[in-house]
Design a protein. Sequence first.
Length: 150
Amino acid sequence: MNKAFVREPEDTGKRYCPRCGALGEPVGSATLEAHLREQSRGAIADVAFFCPTPRCEVAYFDEFDRTAITDALVRPVYPKDRDAPICGCFGLLEEDIEADLAAGAPTRVRAHLEKANSTDARCEAAAANGRPCTAAVQKYYLSRVGRTKE
């Protein structure tokens, strides 16, 4: 077939984890520098992607499918390690949210979201995906509402 009639695929900028197939979340060099051990840092490009799948051992990957696994991380990160803080900036844990649910009032969650939306948040370096944790905190809270009494 003549190449003039073949449409080239468009690069959407989306990249999928080479291990689990999840849609990666783009991260920059500041995030990678904060989370990867120095010896692993040079193994992937400065612009890479975070794999958000909790059970996948790939933490970061680049567009050439080079990977950095969770063992290459400086410290455990959420959601790869459920004991790690959901919020890397201020240290909010799942157990803090569970305590709010048990108490029947989202006191810790509200206070945390206020801090997370402040200028003190440093998500690019503190969060494994380089983004604010507010969506993850709200998602976890809402997924657990009503389940604490079961």
